[in-house]
Design a binder for this molecule. Structure first.
Ligand SMILES: [Zn+2]
Length: 307
């Protein structure tokens, strides 16, 4: 029986789950992502505390991009503190845990998780899009991540959908992340002078809830974001010919946002052959990534056993 640790390092929270063969984890913990000290040692201690007497056979880490899965280095994700930057996490965590460790970009693992255990299970080419603080995407092809030459592929959030004067964090103008992410929706609301009924600072969730309740200004903001995402999805259909598109992340939990986005896809002129690809909500919710991390760890375990 192979024991694997799946570690999802997020911008705010870190989730660790330990699996053997059952679908559900043997044990799990969620804590604030460390922002000081020896962050790798903190992860190792958390795994060891969960495992008790048991020893891990393999571990895998999901990290926000950009990360280098080939060399096992977390590069410089804007959502993680400097302690994580240029961290050779696979070597260092491997030494501490005494087992092989793999690293992968979190959105790629979301795609793998949905492909192996979620809504993409019956599909061969699963395009996963997470719409939350940013927009992350990943493509799983027959249970394998499409990583590109260096493992950087799938940064579709930084493909452009408009010439509008909205500068993205990456430096480009009109990236889909800059006009359709949760952050972008909140920013648009703020710029439009919109505030939720409670008078607090607008969030994407508050905009979506107000739009669903009939607030016209909120509906306009949500519709614009959903329309841009719909345009981007058509670009991705042309690029990758997926057989399913799965939406995860907080913003995708809004039924209205999904409806508006699907409408935008339908209204976009498109070659007929590309029409009809289902665009669905991801099935595993906030655990798409952890299930992908588990699947990656199991692949590494199978490879090292086959050696
Ligand atoms: Zn960008």
């Amino acid at each position: 029986m192979v024991l694997v640790a799946a570690i999802d390092v997020g911008g705010t929270k870190t989730r660790i789950e330990i699996f053997s063969e059952a679908r559900e984890p043997l044990d799990a913990v969620v804590f604030d992502t460390p922002r000081s000290g020896d962050v790798t040692a903190t992860l190792a201690q958390a795994v060891e505390k969960l495992a008790g007497e048991k020893k891990m056979d393999v571990a895998a880490v999901a990290s926000p991009g950009p990360s280098d899965p080939v060399k096992g280095i977390i590069l410089n994700p804007p959502n993680l503190s400097k302690e994580w930057w240029n961290l050779r996490i696979t070597d260092r965590l491997g030494e501490l845990l005494g087992c092989p460790v793999a690293l992968e970009n979190d959105a790629n693992l979301g795609a793998l998780g949905e492909s192996e255990y979620g809504a993409g299970h019956e599909h061969s080419h699963v395009l996963y899009i997470t719409v939350s603080t940013g927009i992350g995407t990943g493509l799983a092809v027959n249970g394998h991540i499409f990583g590109g030459s260096r493992g950087f592929a799938g940064e579709l959030g930084h493909t452009t959908v408009t010439e509008k004067d909205r500068i993205c964090g990456c430096g480009r103008r009109g990236c889909v992340e800059a006009v359709a992410s949760g952050t972008a929706i909140a920013k648009q609301a703020l710029n439009a002078g919109w505030s939720p009924p409670n008078g607090e600072r607008p969030t994407a969730r508050a905009v979506a809830e107000a739009a669903a309740a009939g607030d016209k200004a909120a509906l306009e903001i949500l519709t614009e974001a959903a329309t841009y995402l719909g345009k981007a999805i058509v670009n991705f259909l042309y690029a990758y010919d997926p057989d399913v598109v799965l939406l995860g992340g907080g913003v995708a939990q809004s039924d209205l946002f999904l409806d508006l986005m699907r409408k935008a896809v339908d209204l976009e002129p498109m070659m007929p052959a590309f029409r009809g690809v289902p665009v669905l909500r991801a099935a595993l919710g906030e655990r798409s990534v952890i299930y992908g991390t588990r699947a990656l760890a199991e692949k590494v375990a199978a490879e090292s056993q086959g050696r």
